[in-house]
Unconditional design. Structure first.
Length: 148
């Protein structure tokens, strides 16, 4: 869900040629499967496109990434633990840390075992964090541009 929403924000900002947006889980569950039908329904109802296939995050990817977003504290700890270096671990941030209204350390709850309402709440939380995340990414791009 976060991938679809943030990809849309990146495109709206005209940064889609400069920013790659992708997603992967910390475990191999459902690897190769498409998104949960409830996720698809909520995204489509809100006007978002999605073409997701589950896969597992690999530690070897850190070297090519500037930022790694975790949706909850468990994912944050798992991703930081698999980071090959301290610099790579520092690339991992909680999504809701980009929402100024969210309390420190706030998670996006996992709606998988709940009702459709949980998926709608997740979308609301993801959408609330995306402006701050986009601002941070835009700032990082400007910093790289000035350094070049």
């Amino acid at each position: 869900m976060a991938e679809s929403v943030f990809r849309a924000r990146v495109a709206e900002a005209g940064l889609d040629g400069l920013v790659d947006v992708d997603s992967a889980g910390t475990d191999g569950w459902h690897e190769g499967d498409g998104a949960d039908p409830r996720t698809v329904a909520v995204l489509e109802a809100a006007g978002y496109a999605q073409d997701h296939r589950a896969r597992q995050f690999r530690a070897s990817w850190f070297a090519a990434l500037d930022l790694v977003i975790a949706l909850d504290g468990g994912h944050l700890r798992a991703l930081r633990a698999m980071a090959p270096t301290a610099e790579d671990a520092a690339k991992v941030r909680l999504l809701r840390s980009y929402d100024p209204a969210a309390p420190a350390g706030a998670d996006v709850p996992d709606p998988y075992y709940g009702s459709l309402d949980g998926f709608e709440e997740c979308l609301r939380l993801v959408e609330a964090a995306c402006p701050g995340l986009l601002e941070a990414v835009r700032g990082a791009l400007e910093t790289k541009e000035h350094a070049a």
